[in-house]
Structures are given as C-alpha cells and as structure tokens.
Design a protein. Sequence first.
Length: 276
Amino acid sequence: QEMAPSLPATINIREPRWDQSTFQGRAKHFFMVTDPRNLLLSGATLEEARRVVEEYRAGMVPPGLTEDQLWRAKYIYDSAFHPDTGEKMFLIGRMSAQVPMNMTITGCMLTFYRSTPAVVFWQWVNQSFNAVVNYTNRSGDAPITSSQLGTAYVSATTGAVVTALGLKSLTKHLPAIIGRYVPFAAVAAANCINIPLMRQRELKLGIPITDENGNRLGESTAAAQKAIFQVVVSRIGMAVPAMAIPPVIMNALEKRAFLKRYPYLNAPLQVGLVGL
C-alpha cells in the first residue's frame, strides 16, 4: 500500500486559511477564530495543536499530517495561545469566549436595567470582562502597563455607571422603551473612555506608517487618532444589533400574558436574543 504523500513545508500558517480580501474569506476566518466550541477542548488537545504548529513552523512535517489537520491545529492554537508571546491565554479572555460571555453579560444588562444596584453591578461586570479581554489580548510589541490598565478600567467603569445612572433618572418620566436603551448608552460612553485610555501610548507616540511595499517610514500620531476614532465607532456599531433590537422585541413581549405569567423567562429570553 502506498504512503500518502507528505505535506509540503511551504504552507503559510501564520496567515488565515481563506483569502482576507473577500468578505466570505473574512467571515470564514472569524467564525473559526470565535467558535465557542474551542472553549471545551482539553489541555491535551491544545498542547497537541501547539506541538503540530511549532514543529511545522520549524520545518518538521509529522508523517501522515493532512492539510485539513494542519489548519485545524493552527486554528486551535490561535484560539488559545497569544500570537506574540505564545503563552496560553486566560479562558474568558480568549476570542472563543466572546459570544457566550458577551451574550450573557449584555442580556443581563438589558434585563436588569430598572434597579440601581443591578445597573451598577452589571455595568461593572461588563467593564471587568472588557479589561480581562484587553489584558489577555494586549500587543506583545507595545506592552501596556498595569497602571494604564487600572486607570482605563476604573475610568471606563465609572463612566459607564455614571452615564447609566444619570440617564436612568432622566428617563423616569419617558416611555418605557427609552429606559431600555440606557445600558447601550452606558456601553457607548465607556467605549469612548476606555479605548483612548488603553491606546494612550499610541496617541502620544504615533503608530507605524509604511509605504505600499511595507517599508517603515516612521510614526504618525494623526494616523493613531484616526485609527482609534474608527475603533471607538466600530465598537459602538458592533454593540448596536445586540443592544438595540432585543429591547424592541422584549417591550412587545412583556405586554403579553405569557411573560406576565412567567417573569423568570425574561433574562433567558434576553440572553438568547442577544446571542442570536
């Protein structure tokens, strides 16, 4: 029986598997990166993926390895290990934790928006989760100090809580649906504070500028300002579907007898809608 031909050592697994200049290629890549099932993988599976990736990068191709197995190992490796340092990342800071963590936290923020302690608690949980994600995925070549992280965390949490409580008191005399948008406004305000603070080093010193051939020309603070502004806008934009559509649906559902009879279904329904 003939042996399967050995895989060439020339596949670039530092890059995504699919063409990133197309929408479909980017969608496939990010569905792989954020697949929540990766959270359930055992330590042994992660270490095996690390071994395959590191050996392949060093030019050693394990016999019998197929291209699909190699790409699977790459995506498992990417899901759990830091791209710059190679350290195993904290579980809830990984990209594969984004969907389950965010849908739970956002669903709860949207459900428990009426009482002041609940508003404070869930805004704090959300900013704490953001801080863990920011710390876990920090850049290896522009390390952020603990004091910068702490400042950004405290400022964003304070900003979110103050915005939420301020708007909550303003919406008392307005239609109920308006009050449901307070958590979204608080998250938007926190993003406007958090991201510039986390990226203050880039605002001060600039980010690298290259020509079309990738040659580094220098640093630009104007590019940093533009980039960070775009990140803030896109973060707020990313929150829109999950935080703007469920309130409308829930507002309609809560008027029905079904939810009045089973009020405890409120939170699971919100979480499910956000997840969707």
